[in-house]
Design a protein around this ligand. Structure first.
Ligand code: C2E
Ligand code: CA
Ligand code: CA
Ligand code: CA
Length: 278
């Protein structure tokens, strides 16, 4: 009936208004998050599948706001990107992550590295290479202490000189990784346009490799492609022993996921025990 239609519309606009209000308050709070020191990093161990050693860690942002509570990166990162706040936040991530890398290279392993997600927007900043150089040199770190993770969309962005910036990174020994491999429309063709060092296979594929034969085939094909292009492969989101076994069988180099550990505050990371692979 007409009444029902009106009601549905009423609830629809109510929900829309709630979304708009939420977006506004997240943006408002995010503007002061850095100066109020509400941001922090967690680190997820990255495991070398040849010897089961933790060789690196992905740095992931966390935000606790007194008004909003914890807000997930999937919600606040896009807003940070749209508002330009990502530049300052990205620099914070880089500096904090490298500070941690310097400690772990002394305490854990002299070759330990950290991986940092870099948004396409950050590549529009002509100062990005300088920011990275200063962050490395202020901790006396070589490029090998850092991996940068970019999604393929970075190469689509005409306003950023992503390819040349990534080449500058590589020249410094920084490992350049394609994140979320397989989720975009053109992952394969981007491998021709830029010589990545590492492919990070998206967790949406890894999650189903032991149930869905098509996903398994895709991952196995990616592994053999990567081998022929001399790229390392890291599997994200490894949650079960069965997934791990299949990945190792097909020559996957590195993995991260809840099977090994969730992203951890740096202090807990220090306690993280290395587990043995069967
Ligand atoms: P991502 O780069 O693909 O990061 C991996 C995400 O998978 C993380 O979510 C991590 O907590 C989650 N994860 C790891 N292992 C598993 C697993 O075994 N199972 C499942 N279900 N999930 C797992 P998180 O921390 O919520 O981050 C979400 C996204 O937010 C990231 O996806 C990345 O795109 C973005 N992000 C996070 N931190 C930063 C940052 O510092 N800078 C930028 N630009 N983006 C960031
Ligand atoms: Ca990532
Ligand atoms: Ca990913
Ligand atoms: Ca992602």
């Amino acid at each position: 009936s007409k009444g029902e239609g009106r009601n549905t519309f009423h609830y629809f606009t109510q929900a829309m208004n709630r979304d708009v209000e939420r977006r506004q308050s997240v943006e408002e709070q995010l503007r002061g998050a850095l100066s109020r020191d509400e941001l922090s990093l967690v680190f997820q161990p990255i495991v070398d599948l040849r010897n089961a050693r933790v060789v690196g860690a992905e740095a992931l942002l966390r935000w606790h706001n007194p008004t909003l509570g914890p807000v997930t990166p999937d919600e606040f990162i896009p807003i940070a990107e749209q508002t330009g706040l990502i530049d300052a936040m990205g620099q914070y991530v880089l500096e904090r992550a490298l500070e941690q890398a310097a400690r772990w290279r002394i305490d854990r392993d002299p070759e330990f590295w950290v991986s940092v997600n870099v948004s396409p927007q950050q590549f529009r900043d002509p100062g990005l290479v300088g920011i990275v150089d200063r962050a490395l040199s202020s901790r006396d770190l070589p490029g090998q202490a850092l991996q940068v993770e970019v999604t393929e969309s970075v190469l689509l962005d005409e306003r950023g000189q992503a390819a040349s910036t990534l080449a500058e990174f590589k020249a410094r020994g920084i490992d350049v990784a394609m994140d979320d491999f397989g989720t975009g429309y053109a992952s394969l063709s981007y491998l021709r346009h830029f010589p990545f060092d590492t492919l990070k296979i998206d967790r949406s594929f890894v999650g189903d490799i032991t149930e869905d034969p098509k996903d398994a085939e895709l991952v196995i094909a990616s592994l053999s492609l990567a081998r022929s292009l001399k790229l390392k492969v890291l599997a994200e989101g490894v949650e079960t022993e069965a997934q791990l076994a299949l990945l190792r069988e097909h020559g996957c180099d590195l993995a991260q996921g809840y099977l090994f550990a969730r992203p951890l505050p740096a202090a807990d990371f220090d306690e993280f025990p290395e587990r043995s692979l069967r």
